[in-house]
Design a binder for this molecule. Structure first.
Ligand code: ADP
Ligand code: MG
Length: 830
C-alpha cells in the first residue's frame, strides 16, 4: 500500500510528513497481537500518509476493522496532540451516540495504557476532559456546540468524524461546517504559521455509500482521497423466517431460546428497537435461564474460595454444576438450520418447560442501548462467566458503533425506531419501521466476527426484497425542516440557505422554516442590508432547541411551566403527536355486521355521540384539544384497558402510545431542567378554570401562525353585522390563506355562534378547506404571543385623563400573513 502523493498537497512543503512514530507506547504482547489482527493496522502506513498529506481524508471499512479504536492511536503516536509538536492540538473523534463516545474513550485509553484524562470523552452533561487531554471522544452535538464559540476549532489538530454512514442530522451538519472550517483554518495557518497550526478532517464510514460526501461539489471542490479497508469477515449463513409475524418480540424470544437450547456455544446478539422492549426481554430471559443458574455458578465459585466455616453457614449448597458444553467440531453448523424444525415451544407445559430450562446451561443476559449507564454498557465487552452463554439484547447501537466480541448468532427483528415526520400536520414521532437492506447486512455481519456464524432474520425474504429500502434515508430528510433550522441556529449557523449539506433539503422549505420560527419567537430577524436579513436565535429559541419535538410543540413545552399546566401540555403534545385516538368514522360506519338491525346501528351511534359529548364538555366552545385531554384523563382514571376503549370509541393502541410518549417527554423535561418537577404521573386531575385559560394561551403560542378570524370581523358584509354564512357554515379568513376556510363539523366549536378568533392544528381540504383542532382565543393575546406577526399603526393619542394604567396609547394591530398570498388582517386596537 504505497499512496500516490497528491502534487498539490498543502502540507507537503511546510510540514514535511513525519511518518515515523515519535511517541512511544508500551503495549502488552497480547494487545499487540490482537491489534495486528485488525485490518486497519495492515494499512497503518497508507492511512497515516494520506491523512498527513491531505486536509480531508475518507476512510471506509467494515465494522470491527479497527477504525475507531486504532486511528486515534496511529495519530497520537505521530505526536498529534503532543505539546510542542507540529500538530499540538487535540485529536477529536465524534460519534453520533453517547454510548460509543464513552466506551471508545475508555477502550483507547486502556489500549494506550494512559487512560483519562489523556484520553477522555465529553458528552452532554458528562465528561472527563482536562487540559492534559490529547484524544477526545465526543458526540457530534458537542462539537457542533463548540463550533458556535470557536469557529476555527483552534484546540484541535485533527477532527475524525466517525460513523458518517449513519447520516444523522448532526453528522451531516458537522461535515458541512467542517468542510469550510478546514479550508479557513489552513488558510490562516499558511498566512501565519507562527500563531496557527493546520487542521485535518478524517471522515470514517462503515458502508460503501460515501459518494454523497466525495462526489458532492458544494461540499468538497476537490474530491478527497478514500482509503478502503478490506473486510475480514467469516462466512455468515442467513436464515429468513418463513412467515413474517407482526409480534417480533415474541419471535425474538422464541428464536433466542431455541438457539440457546439447541446450538453449540457462542454469543447471541438480538436486535430490537428500544429500551422498554429490551428491558422486558432481558428480564424474561434472566428469569428462565439466568439468575437461578448464575447464583448456583456463583455458589460453586464462591465455595471454592471460601473457608469451610463460611461454607457451613447453612444455605450454601455445594454441588458440582457442569455448565461446560464443549463445542464439538464434528458438528457442522449448517446442520442446525433451525428453520426446518417444528415450532414446539408453545405447546410445552409450564412444568416441563421449567424442568427443561434447568437442564440447559445458563445465559448471561445483558441489555445494550443508549440510555444505559456506561458501566452497564461496558459489561458487553467482558467475557461471560464460565460455562454461560453471552446474550446481548441491543438497539442498533450494536449495528456499527460497538463490536461485541464472541457473537456467533444474530437474531434480527428487522426493525428500528426511527424519527419520522408527517408532512401533512408537521407532527414528528418515533416509529418502529423496517430497517434498510444495508442495515440488515450490517446486523448479519455481526455474527461473523470470530468465526463462521448464523443470522436469523425474523422476516421472510419476500418482505426483505419488497419492503426494505437499499439504504436508509438521511435523517435530515426525515425531519421537519424547521427542526433542522432551529438546531442549526442554536449552533449559531445563521446562514442556512447556502449551507453545504451532504444532502440538501428543499430550499423553499428552508426559508419558510425561518419565517415560521420567527413567528414562534424562536428567531429574530436583523436586517443587514435592505435585501438581506439574517435570522438569529432568541433565548426562547435556544430553550426550544433542547427538545427533540417539532418547534411548535417545543414552544408549548418551554412556555408550559406556568400555573401547573405542564402535565396537561405534555398530554396534549403527546396526543397531537400520536394522532386522533377517536374512532369517528368507524363508530358511524363499521364495527357492525351487515345484518345488524337499524336499531342496533342507531344504538351504537347514540353511544358514540354521548361519549363525544362527555369528552367535549371540558372544552365546550373553547377548544377541541380538551376533548383528547379529557379522554386521556378518563382513560388513566379507569386504569386504561381495551374495555374502556371499546366503550368509549377510542383506539387502544393510540391511547397506549400517548401514555408512552407522555412518559418519554416528562423524562426529557426532567433531564433537561432538573429543577422542574416533571415526574410522570399517568393520572391527570381535571384542570382548573385558570388552567383551562392558560392552556388555551399555550396552545395559541404554539399555533400562532395558524390563526383564523371570522370573516365578518375583517370584511364588511353586504348587510352589515351579518356573518358570511353558506351551506358550509360560517366563513373565516385564515392568516396566509387566500380562500375562505370553515370549521369542520366534528369540532365542538361548530355552533351557531362560533368565536371570532381561533387557532387550528390542521386544515383538511376536500372541496372546501376545513379547520380541525380548533381553539377559541382572545384577540388581545395575539399581539403578545405573536408579536413578530403583528404590525402596529402609529400610536393614537389618548386623552390624558383616560383611565388606562399600563399604556396611554392605543394602537391598531395588523396580523401579517405568515407566508404565501394572503393579506394582513386588521385587528381591533389594543
Ligand atoms: P470499527 O470502528 O472499525 O468498527 P473498532 O475499532 O470499534 O472497529 O473495533 C475493533 C476491535 O476492538 C473489535 O474487535 C472490538 O470488539 C474491539 N473492542 C472495541 N472496544 C472494546 C472494548 N471496550 N473491550 C474489548 N474489545 C473492544
Ligand atoms: Mg467504529
Amino acid at each position: 500500500g504505497k499512496v500516490e502523493l497528491p502534487s498539490n498537497s498543502i502540507f507537503q512543503d511546510s510540514s514535511d510528513p513525519k511518518i515515523k512514530r515519535t511517541v512511544k507506547i508500551d503495549r502488552s504482547q497480547d494487545l499487540q497481537t490482537s491489534r495486528m489482527l485488525l485490518p486497519v493496522t495492515e494499512l497503518e502506513q497508507e492511512i497515516v500518509e494520506t491523512v498527513l498529506l491531505n486536509p480531508i481524508t475518507v476512510i471506509c471499512g467494515e465494522t470491527g476493522s479497527g477504525k475507531t479504536t486504532q486511528l486515534p492511536q496511529f495519530l497520537y503516536e505521530r505526536a498529534f496532540g503532543s505539546k510542542g509538536s507540529l500538530n499540538p492540538g487535540m485529536v477529536a473523534i465524534t460519534q453520533p451516540r453517547r454510548v460509543a463516545a464513552v466506551s471508545m474513550a475508555n477502550r483507547v485509553g486502556s489500549e494506550l495504557g494512559i487512560g483519562s484524562p489523556k484520553v477522555a470523552y465529553k458528552i452532554r452533561y458528562d465528561g472527563n476532559t482536562s487540559p492534559e487531554t490529547a484524544i477526545k471522544f465526543m458526540t457530534d452535538g458537542v462539537l457542533l456546540r463548540e463550533l458556535a464559540n470557536d469557529f476555527l476549532l483552534t484546540k484541535y489538530s485533527v477532527i475524525i468524524v466517525d460513523e458518517a454512514h449513519e447520516r444523522s442530522v448532526n453528522t451531516d451538519i458537522l461535515i458541512g461546517v467542517l468542510s469550510r472550517v478546514v479550508g479557513l483554518r489552513n488558510k490562516r495557518w499558511k498566512e501565519n504559521s507562527e500563531s496557527m497550526t493546520p487542521l485535518r478532517l478524517v471522515i470514517m464510514s462503515a458502508t460503501l455509500r460515501v459518494s454523497d460526501f466525495t462526489e458532492n461539489k458544494s461540499l468538497f471542490q476537490q474530491q478527497p482521497p478514500v482509503v478502503n479497508v478490506a473486510a475480514r469477515q467469516h462466512p455468515v449463513t442467513i436464515h429468513f423466517a418463513r412467515r413474517t409475524s407482526p409480534d417480533y418480540l415474541e419471535e425474538a424470544m422464541a428464536k433466542t431460546i431455541k438457539i440457546h437450547k439447541k446450538l453449540p456455544p457462542g454469543g447471541i446478539l438480538v436486535f430490537l428497537t428500544g429500551q422498554g422492549e429490551i428491558d422486558s426481554m432481558v428480564k424474561k430471559l434472566k428469569q428462565r435461564f439466568g439468575r437461578k443458574h448464575q447464583s448456583k455458578a456463583q455458589v460453586t465459585l464462591d465455595s471454592s474460595r471460601l473457608s469451610k466455616s463460611n461454607a457451613a453457614t447453612g444455605d450454601v449448597e455445594i454441588e458440582d454444576v457442569d455448565f461446560g458444553k464443549s463445542d464439538d467440531p464434528a458438528l457442522e453448523l449448517d446442520d442446525y438450520d433451525i428453520e426446518d424444525e417444528e415450532e414446539d415451544l408453545g405447546e410445552e407445559s409450564g412444568f416441563e418447560e421449567a424442568r427443561e430450562d434447568e437442564s440447559t446451561s445458563p445465559m448471561h443476559v445483558l441489555p445494550l442501548y443508549s440510555l444505559l449507564p456506561s458501566e452497564k454498557q461496558m459489561q458487553v465487552f467482558e467475557p461471560p462467566p464460565d460455562g454461560s452463554r453471552l446474550v446481548v439484547i441491543a438497539t442498533n447501537v450494536a449495528e456499527t458503533s460497538l463490536t461485541i466480541p464472541g457473537i456467533r448468532y444474530v437474531v434480527d427483528s428487522g426493525r428500528a425506531k426511527e424519527r419520522s415526520y408527517n408532512e401533512q400536520n408537521g407532527m414528528q414521532s418515533f416509529d418502529v419501521s423496517w430497517i434498510s437492506k444495508a442495515s440488515a447486512a450490517q446486523r448479519a455481519g455481526r455474527a461473523g466476527r470470530t468465526g463462521p456464524g448464523h443470522t436469523y432474520r425474523l422476516y421472510s425474504s419476500p418482505v426483505f426484497e419488497n419492503h426494505f429500502e437499499q439504504f436508509a434515508k438521511p435523517e435530515i430528510l426525515r425531519m421537519p425542516i424547521e427542526g433542522v433550522v432551529l438546531q442549526m441556529k442554536s449552533m449559531n449557523l445563521d446562514v442556512v440557505d447556502n449551507f453545504p449539506f451532504p444532502t440538501p433539503p428543499n430550499a423553499v422549505g428552508l426559508s419558510k422554516a425561518e419565517k415560521m420560527l420567527t413567528n414562534l419567537g424562536a428567531l429574530t430577524s436583523t436586517s443587514l442590508t435592505q435585501a438581506q436579513s439574517r435570522f438569529k436565535i432568541t433565548e426562547l429559541g435556544r430553550s426550544m432547541s433542547l427538545f427533540p419535538v417539532t418547534p411548535r410543540f417545543a414552544k408549548m413545552l418551554v412556555t408550559g411551566f406556568q400555573h401547573g399546566c405542564l402535565p396537561y401540555i405534555v398530554a396534549i403534545v403527546s396526543a397531537l403527536s400520536v394522532g386522533d385516538p377517536f374512532l369517528h368514522e368507524e363508530a358511524l360506519k363499521a364495527g357492525l355486521n351487515d345484518d345488524d338491525s337499524e336499531d342496533a346501528r342507531q344504538a351504537v351511534r347514540k353511544a358514540y355521540f354521548k361519549t363525544q359529548q362527555k369528552f367535549a364538555s371540558l372544552g365546550k366552545n373553547t377548544s377541541d384539544l380538551f376533548k383528547v385531554l379529557s379522554a386521556v384523563g378518563a382513560y388513566e382514571y379507569a386504569g386504561g384497558g381495551e374495555a374502556f376503549c371499546r366503550a368509549n370509541f377510542l383506539r387502544p393502541k393510540a391511547m397506549e402510545e400517548i401514555r408512552k410518549l407522555r412518559a418519554q417527554i416528562s423524562y426529557l423535561i426532567q433531564s433537561t431542567y432538573p429543577s422542574i418537577d416533571a415526574k410522570f404521573i399517568p393520572k391527570l386531575d381535571p384542570p382548573s378554570q385558570t388552567q383551562v385559560k392558560v392552556i388555551r394561551q399555550l396552545i395559541t403560542a404554539g399555533f400562532i401562525e395558524q390563526v383564523a378570524i371570522r370573516k365578518d370581523l375583517v370584511e364588511e358584509s353586504e348587510n352589515s353585522g351579518k356573518k358570511f354564512q353558506s351551506c358550509r357554515g360560517i366563513a373565516y379568513k385564515a392568516v396566509g390563506i387566500e380562500q375562505d376556510v370553515y370549521i369542520h363539523p366534528s369540532s365542538t366549536i361548530f355552533t351557531e355562534e362560533p368565536p371570532g378568533y381561533i387557532t387550528y392544528t390542521e386544515i383538511v381540504s376536500t372541496s372546501q378547506a376545513y379547520m380541525k383542532g380548533i381553539t377559541s382565543i382572545d384577540v388581545s393575546w395575539l399581539h403578545k404571543l405573536g408579536r413578530s406577526m403583528c404590525r402596529f399603526s402609529k400610536p393614537i393619542d389618548v386623552p390624558a385623563n383616560a383611565k388606562l394604567q399600563t399604556s396611554n396609547t392605543k394602537k391598531d394591530v395588523i396580523v401579517e400573513p405568515f407566508f404565501g398570498p394572503g393579506r394582513g388582517i386588521k385587528l381591533p386596537a389594543v
